[in-house]
Design a protein around this ligand. Sequence first.
Ligand SMILES: Cc1cc2nc3c(=O)[nH]c(=O)nc-3n(C[C@H](O)[C@H](O)[C@H](O)COP(=O)(O)O)c2cc1C
Length: 179
Amino acid sequence: MVKLRTNVLIAYSSGYGVTKEISEEIAHILSQDPHINIELKPIDNIDHINGYSSVIVGTSVRADKLLANTRDFFATFRKELPNKKVAVFVVCLTASTPEGRKKVLQDYVPQIFERYNNLKPVSVAAFGGKIDFDRLNPVMQKLVKHVYEKTGVNGDGSVDNRDWDQIRAWVKEVKSKIL
Ligand SMILES: Cc1cc2nc3c(=O)[nH]c(=O)nc-3n(C[C@H](O)[C@H](O)[C@H](O)COP(=O)(O)O)c2cc1C
């Protein structure tokens, strides 16, 4: 018997490319499975989600909020998303520690799922993020220093708190839920 391939969309929202890089790794891992068709798209370029059985949404955070276009995406597709398997990952500095990851799941993620309470994700994860300090303009640098203080991240310049083993382990979990 021929097993059909399942279509999976990865929609990402990324300011400086960090969430995009993580999304690319997730797409790379999932695309090795012969039963999965992957499409990877910036969240702003998605005008429909027909034909996908699963949607993985990746977003970073600014000023304690999921990026605005991520919030718009959930609003736009609020009727379709509850009929799909949805997984979400959030990338930010707060998620650099286990306590921070708990905070992200308790404080940031409910911004979405309390509003659309018929949407039940199969999995939600929080990943430590990254800052290329020299790429930021002085205003952004000031904001990021404030985030370092607030989150307790020991950064005086650039930091990379991504944990690729954690990310790959999550992909394995998500794969078992979407297949
Ligand atoms: C201006 C600015 C504000 C930020 N605000 C927060 C914040 O409130 N909380 C947090 O945990 N991380 C915050 N971050 C960290 C980012 O979420 C993190 O660096 C992430 O990896 C960025 O990913 P991206 O390049 O995909 O946008 C902020 C970063 C910047 C540049």
